[in-house]
Design a protein around this ligand. Structure first.
Ligand SMILES: Cc1ncc(C[n+]2csc(CCOP(=O)(O)OP(=O)(O)O)c2C)c(N)n1
Ligand SMILES: [Mg+2]
Length: 327
């Protein structure tokens, strides 16, 4: 066991460790199955896969309480599942079926499971950041002890609404954690080509909140840090916090394949990050017998979710004009 693992594992009990593994495994296998099925055209929306990045959603969500809330992005399968979102409803949503979590009207980029605190994901970069801040304001006004986590990519900090939202959250001392999943790219653009100050924490610090950068996709560091700040926020002695999690997308920006042929990044760069695979890292700490049992149960859960989606009907015509907002 290396030093980093000794420190990280030191604060986790066996149940917590197993939960991390289960969640990582569920997300990885679900997305691999999505990638397999995608070419059949049964999945009716574009898919932005998180393979390689799962540790961020899992590390954060395992540090939260069931009554906490998350808001995310179009790369949202991992977050939805990590927060306990219903797997069957997610797959049905991807298939465009009426049993989907958004009645088949939103697809992969618009996942929601309010009962489990997944408040929504959106195709438009940075749009759920102000939603999350507004929700945190509501919680504070109601004197509730829950917290909100806003997830977004490194590209989202380039939207004006990010600055407005973070400023307001600090000003009002809101119970929110901003989690930036920094995979170094916005579609095919490297952050070094987009930003004069490429250290995101240096850009965010002047807003007047604690900032922390966590390197290497380190799931133990993410969980332990988020748990400690969530506790402090709940005790009402800390306002917003910004956490930057360094991670890496293994597959293409959108779709199930790889994209090294495009030339904007190298396979060698990806290989280095693949060595930080948190699923493999955790495997060494789970007894083989237990691991096989966990994996078997989750494989079955995933099969059933795809069967459910296959067998569900598409929305009927009556659904065309429901859930429509008119100004
Ligand atoms: C407001 C807006 N501008 C541009 C786009 C096109 N777009 C889709 S994804 C993306 C990159 C975002 O990168 P990042 O926030 O780092 O997320 P990642 O895809 O890396 O997870 C862009 C520019 C969009 N969807 N919304
Ligand atoms: Mg990115």
């Amino acid at each position: 066991m290396n030093e980093q693992d000794k420190v990280g594992l030191g604060s986790l009990n066996e149940l917590e460790l197993y939960r991390l593994y289960e969640s990582l495994y569920r997300i990885r296998r679900t997305e691999e199955k999505i990638a397999d099925v995608y070419p059949t055209d049964k999945i009716k929306s574009p898919v932005h896969l998180s393979i390689g990045q799962e540790a961020v959603s899992v590390g954060v969500c395992e540090a939260l309480e069931p009554g906490d809330y998350v808001f995310g992005t179009y790369r949202g399968h991992a977050l939805y599942l990590a927060k306990g979102g219903d797997l069957k409803k997610m797959i049905a949503e991807l298939y465009g079926k009426v049993t989907g979590c958004a009645k088949g009207k939103g697809g992969s980029m618009h996942l929601v499971d309010v009962a489990n605190g997944v408040m929504g994901t959106s195709a438009v970069v940075a749009t759920t950041i102000p939603n999350a801040v507004g929700y945190a304001l509501g919680i504070k006004q109601q004197n509730r002890r829950n917290i909100v986590v806003s997830f977004f990519g490194d590209g989202a900090i380039e939207e004006g609404v990010f600055s407005e939202s973070i400023n307001f959250a600090v000003l009002k001392n809101l119970p929110i954690i901003f989690v930036c999943e920094n995979n170094n790219y916005a579609i095919h653009s490297d952050i070094a080509r987009r930003q004069s100050i490429s250290e995101i924490t240096d850009q965010v610090k002047p807003y007047g909140l604690p900032v922390r950068k966590i390197v290497d996709n380190d799931i133990f560091a993410i969980k332990n840090y988020v748990h400690s700040i969530a506790t402090q926020i709940r005790q009402n002695n800390m306002g917003p916090v910004f956490v930057e999690c360094m991670t890496y997308r293994w597959l293409e920006h959108v779709g199930p394949g790889s994209d090294f042929q495009l030339g904007y990044r190298s396979e060698d760069e990806a290989k280095k990050w693949m060595e930080t695979d948190q699923l493999l890292r955790l495997q060494q700490y789970i007894k083989d017998e237990d691991r096989l049992q966990i994996e078997h149960a989750i494989d079955e859960e995933i099969e059933k979710a795809f069967e459910f989606a296959e067998q569900s009907p598409f929305p009927s015509e009556d659904e065309l004009y429901t859930e429509i907002f008119k100004v």
